[in-house]
Design a protein around this ligand. Structure first.
Ligand code: HEC
Length: 204
């Protein structure tokens, strides 16, 4: 009996730990965690999130540097928010999207054409929606270096916010480039008017 009770007791301890941090500056909101000063902790499990797309040499990419082949970027979203998007066509509070960039390489092993991703990430950023924490529309960006040190929020006047708000097809995110999500957003009617107008203009 004592053995069987143990996992339950451990579960209760873990829950108590979560409750202790909730409501303070630190703690959990959705898929990511913050320290007591409000810095975001590196989401070490992001590679278990849902894969949305790979961009190749997309030109806005700040990590693509001269002297290298075009970089790849990979976009992931936390699984609970992905499931919510499938049902609603938009993002719930607590959503976290991650973008990592890696070098593109064409010469290696047996490869003769095209390019593949190689090496450690050369850039890593998180886009998170948390209205209680950030106010307004709830979206905020965080960038991480190779040391994965806790990150201070990217200031609201950074170019990130304006480009995502104006050009992201659904709620500040680039769903037009996430091929499994675009048809859902279309069916649910959640594409922003500016994107629909641009699409219509391109079709003419
Ligand atoms: C000129 C427009 C533009 C600017 C400026 C910009 N981005 Fe993006 N961002 C994009 C596009 C386009 C994508 C889609 C990438 C893909 O499809 O591979 C994207 C995707 C992302 C994603 C993945 C999730 C999402 O929101 O769709 C993150 C995270 C992100 N950007 C962070 C940033 C950060 C941090 C900055 C500022 C330092 C920034 N971006 C500035 C255009 C921009």
């Amino acid at each position: 009996m004592a053995m069987r009770a143990l996992p339950i007791a451990l579960g209760a301890l873990a829950l108590a730990g979560l409750l202790a941090t909730a409501g303070s500056a630190g703690g959990t909101a959705g898929a990511v965690q913050y320290d007591a000063s409000g810095k975001m902790l590196f989401p070490a499990d992001y590679r278990t999130w849902i894969f949305l797309t790979s961009g190749h040499g997309m030109s806005y990419n700040p990590a693509a540097s001269a002297g290298h082949e075009p970089a790849f970027d990979n976009v992931f979203v936390d699984p609970a928010s992905y499931r919510s998007f499938l049902a609603t066509g938009t993002w719930p509070d607590g959503t976290a999207l991650a973008l990592e960039a890696r070098h593109g390489t064409s010469h290696g092993s047996i490869n003769k054409a095209g390019a593949y991703q190689s090496g450690e990430p050369i850039g890593f950023e998180v886009h998170v929606k948390d209205k209680a924490r950030f106010g307004g529309d709830g979206w905020a960006f965080f960038g991480f270096g190779r040391d994965h040190a806790a990150s201070t929020m990217t200031p609201k006047d950074a170019s990130c916010y304006a480009c995502h708000a104006a050009n992201g097809a659904v709620d500040h995110t680039f769903v037009q480039f996430y091929p499994t999500l675009l048809p859902i957003a279309r069916a649910k009617g959640t594409l922003i008017p500016a994107y629909l107008a641009q699409e219509a203009a391109e079709g003419e």
